[in-house]
Design a binder for this molecule. Sequence first.
Ligand code: JFZ
Length: 446
Amino acid sequence: AQRSSIALQHGAHHIGKRTDAQMEIWRNYGLGQFIHWGLYAIPGGHWQGKYYPGAAEWIRSWSGMPNEDYDHLYQQFNPKNFDANAWAAQAKAMGARYVIITTKHHDGFCIWPSKYTDYTIANTPYKKDALKEIVDAYDAVGIDVYLYFSIIDWNHKGYQSAAPKTVAEKRDYETFKTFTANQLKELLTNYPSAKGLWFDGTWDAAWVAQAAFADSLETELRAMRPGLIIGSRFRADENGKRHFDTNGDLMDDYEQGWERKLPKTIADIHGNDWDCVMTVPENQWGYHSEWRGHVKTSTELIEMMAQSVALDGNFVLNFGPDGQGTIRPEEAKLAQEIGDWMQINHEAIYDCGYAGLEKQDWGYITQNRKTGKYYLIVFNVPVSGTLKIKNASGKGIGKLYDLAHPEQQYETEEIHRSAEGNEYFIHLKDKPTQPKVIVWESSDLD
Ligand code: JFZ
């Protein structure tokens, strides 16, 4: 089927993946960290003894939380345990290669001293620029920094959710647009090492109607920072289409719609770059002192990471430090466990993507984009102790060995060859501790 091709002024500006060096780095990260940290960390999902069941970073919008009270929380923001270097060291040990940090969430509170509003960290008892501390700390350990920025801003007087109608509303909204543009330029100016912007809160009718403004602002931001990476959640096209424009083409550099969910097959990603952002509990991004419902294990998270990379995406795990700047023990433990796994198995994740092979029930297959080696990431060891793999026709089984113990090679057995592909058995000798990685150097058949 031919894609429709309606002329658009504010749709996708390029078709297909970016091929430049910075985007290539992004594509190869494999694992990232998300951090949601702001005033919402102080109430932590509770107010006056009452439990807020929603996402903790949304507590200001709850009837049990008077806006007045929320808007004065900044007077208490003084995170005594905040240590950006400790956060960065923990992220590094986990194996993260990029971090996305909330500079400003929907509440409008800025963790940098923005000169365009008083609602910033500069006016808290903490006073210092926490964003700079974070950027410097992550830069120092070699983790690339991306800035999360919410267009929704409940604190700005000109901000509106519905499209402005009256002359006064329109005038106010213009002040909000100018403010937004100023803050974004300020962020890129103040934090020159930041590699990209991760936008959120862009679904309001008022913002969706700003296709021309958002497009030209984006052009300015890209001019300020060659190589800047922006996902598909920033702007709409002139028909109000978000993420994918009227022609169905992805807008901007990668698909940002994989939020707490993963694609199942390679067809689901439409050939685009993408990242999956994932919470540890069901739907909590900011610190909530009382997690209810399902809380994921490190094995589940590692499996999600493997699935992401096997389908050409990055996996980004969220952390919500508390009001004192402490990363809660549950998250610290997960970071440690994922890090222990990554220390042995990172080769199956970094610089890897879709292998072009059929997924098998025992787990996932990734392929290193540089060396061409395949990695079998085994989550479910069959009772038989035998894995089945299907290779491209023309490819022989070659050599298979344990990533952790390369001297341990696996016995293989050819099942059959056909034009659709060649099938082989791999006989595992041991009962491996899961999840484990088997390196596969396949060979060309004569
Ligand atoms: C947004 C925020 O509202 C939330 O607080 C958090 O910051 C998260 C990362 O982003 O929530 C969303 C945004 C988009 C979708 C779902 C939740 N979505 O597209 O499905």
